[in-house]
Write a protein that binds this ligand. Structure first.
Ligand code: GDP
Ligand code: IMO
Ligand code: MG
Length: 420
C-alpha cells in the first residue's frame, strides 16, 4: 500500500516526526520532491537529527530508503549528511538514489543567492540552490546523478553546462570558484554515492506489487506548492500528493492513504502572504514555546493561528484520508484559541486561499474557542486530553471534514496519540 505523508501548511509541520513514527511499520520510505531545503527533525532513541536529503525512515534498519527521481541532490551535502548519521551510530545502509534524480551543483547555490538579490521582492529561499536546479531541469540544462557513472561523459556534460552558465551569468567564475575545484569535489562525492545510485523503478515496482507498506515523504507543504501555493513565494517543486506519482515513479491509482500533517497553529519562514500571522505577544509566545526556528537556516518562523480554510483547500488538493495534528502541547496555557474559517476581501467572503497578490490583502475570519492550561505532553489517549483540547480537535475535524487520526503532544516518537 502506498501511503503519502504531506505537509498541509507552509512546511515544518512535523513531517519528519511522523515519517519516523510510521517508518517502524514500513518497508520503504521514498522522498519524491524537494531537496536540501528540507529540514526534517526527528527525536528518537538515537538523539535529535535534522535531515535534509536522507529519508526520515533511515533509523529503522529494515526500512529501505529511496531518494526519488523528483528530488534534486547536492552530492557533497548528501555525503556530509551520511557521515553525520554514521558518526552518530546509524548505519544508514539501506539507502538508494534514483539514477534520474537531478544534481544540485555549486553554481546553483550561487545562482539562488544572485536571483534573490536581483528580485524586486525576495522569495526568502533557503539558498540551497533548489530553484536554479529545477530551472535547469525544466530548461533541459540539468544533469542526472546517474550520468556520473561515465566519467568522460559526465565531464563533457558538466563542461557544457558550466560554459553555458558563464555565458548567462558572466560574474559567476569569480564568486562560484573554478571548474576544477567543483570537479574535484564532485569526483570525491562520486566515490561515496555511486554505489547507491541505481534504477529504483524495479525496487519500487516490486514493493508495490508485493503489497509492501511504502511511505512517501513530502517536502514542504501545500501553501508553498509551485502551482497551488502563494506564488511567487513558493518552492520550485510540487509538495502535494499529485507529485508522488511523478517523483517516485508509481501509478497514481496505487496511492491508498494520504496523511496531511498540520500543526495546531500555523508557521511560515520566507516571504509572502500569511493572513493569520500574529505580530503580537501571542505570536512571540508561540515562537518561543514551539521552538519555531528553521531546521535548515535557523531563521525564526513567523507564527499565527491555525488556518482551517487553508487546510480545507489542501484537503481537496491532496485528498487526505486523515490528518495528523502536531504540536497541540504548544497551545496549552492560552485562555482562548482561534481558528481561521475563511477570509474577507473587499466585502466578499472566500472559503479558500486566493492567489498571493490578492491573498496578501485578505482579512481572516475567526472562530474563538476556550483554551486549556494543563500540560498535555504526557497524554497518550484522546480521553486523557482536557475537554477544551478535545473540543478544539473536533472543531478542526468538522471544519476540514477530515478525521484527525494522530495528535502529537511533543517532539519524541512516543509523544503521539493514535485514535481509532
Ligand atoms: P518538518 O520539516 O515537517 O519535518 O518539520 P520540522 O522538523 O522542520 O519542524 C517541526 C519541529 O517541531 C521540530 O523541531 C520537531 O522536533 C518539533 N515537533 C514535532 N512534533 C511536535 C509536537 O507535537 N510538539 C512539540 N512541542 N514539538 C514537536
Ligand atoms: P520542510 O521540508 C519551511 C520555503 C522558503 C521560501 C520558499 C522557497 O522542512 O518543510 P526554496 O529554498 O525552496 O527555493 O525556498 O520555501 N521553504 C521551506 N519552509 N520548510 C521547508 O522544508 C522549506 N523549504 C523551503 O523559506 O519561503
Ligand atoms: Mg522542516
Amino acid at each position: 500500500m502506498i501511503h503519502a505523508v504531506v505537509g498541509a501548511q507552509y512546511g515544518d509541520e512535523g513531517k519528519g516526526k511522523m515519517v519516523d513514527y510510521f517508518a517502524g511499520q514500513a518497508d520503504m520510505v521514498i522522498r519524491y520532491q524537494g531537496g536540501g531545503n528540507a529540514g526534517h527533525t526527528i527525536v528518537n532513541e538515537y538523539g535529535k537529527f535534522a535531515l535534509h536529503l536522507v529519508p526520515s525512515g533511515i533509523f529503522h534498519e529494515g526500512t529501505m530508503c529511496v531518494i526519488g527521481t523528483g528530488v534534486v541532490v547536492h552530492p557533497m551535502n548528501l555525503v556530509r549528511e551520511l557521515k553525520m548519521l554514521r558518526d552518530a551510530g546509524i548505519p544508514a545502509q539501506n539507502l538508494v538514489i534514483s539514477e534520474r534524480a537531478h544534481l544540485v551543483l555549486p553554481y546553483h547555490i550561487w545562482q539562488d543567492e544572485y536571483e534573490e538579490q536581483i528580485r524586486s521582492r525576495k522569495v526568502g529561499t533557503t539558498k540551497q540552490g533548489i530553484g536554479p536546479a529545477y530551472q535547469d531541469k525544466a530548461g533541459r540544462f540539468g544533469l542526472q546523478i546517474g550520468e556520473m557513472r561515465d566519467v568522460q561523459h559526465f565531464r563533457e556534460r558538466l563542461t557544457a553546462a558550466w560554459e553555458l552558465k558563464l555565458r548567462k551569468m558572466p560574474g559567476l567564475a569569480e564568486v562560484a570558484g573554478s571548474f576544477d575545484e567543483m570537479w574535484d569535489e564532485l569526483m570525491a562525492a562520486r566515490e561515496v554515492l555511486l554505489p547507491l545510485v541505481q534504477d529504483t523503478l524495479p525496487l519500487i515496482r516490486d514493493a508495490v506489487r508485493g503489497g509492501k507498506h511504502v511511505l512517501l515523504e513530502g517536502q514542504l507543504g501545500v501553501m508553498r506548492d509551485l502551482d497551488w501555493g502563494v506564488y511567487p513565494f513558493v518552492t520550485s517543486s510540487n509538495p502535494i500528493a499529485g507529485a508522488v506519482a511523478v517523483g517516485a515513479g508509481v501509478p497514481p491509482t496505487a496511492i491508498g492513504r494520504i496523511t496531511g500533517i498540520t500543526k495546531a497553529y500555523t508557521t511560515a519562514v520566507g516571504e509572502g502572504p500569511f493572513p493569520t500571522q500574529l505580530e503580537d505577544e501571542i505570536g512571540r509566545w508561540l515562537q518561543e514555546k514551539g521552538g519555531e526556528y528553521g531546521a535548515t537556516t535557523g531563521r525564526p518562523r513567523a507564527c499565527g493561528w491555525l488556518d482551517a480554510a487553508a487546510l480545507r483547500y489542501g484537503a481537496w488538493l491532496n485528498g487526505y484520508t486523515e490528518l495528523a495534528l502536531m504540536k497541540l502541547d504548544v497551545l496549552s496555557g492560552l485562555s482562548e484559541v482561534r481558528i481561521c474559517t475563511g477570509y474577507e476581501l473587499n466585502g466578499q467572503q472566500h472559503a479558500w486561499p486566493l492567489p498571493a497578490w490578492q491573498y496578501e490583502h485578505v482579512t481572516p475570519i475567526y472562530e474563538t474557542l476556550p483554551g486549556w492550561r494543563e500540560d498535555i505532553s504526557d497524554c497518550r489517549h484522546f480521553d486523557d486530553l482536557p475537554e477544551n483540547a478535545r473540543r478544539f480537535v473536533e472543531r478542526v475535524e468538522a471544519l476540514t471534514e477530515v478525521k484527525i487520526r494522530y495528535i502529537s503532544v511533543g517532539p519524541r516518537r512516543e509523544q503521539t496519540i493514535e485514535r481509532t
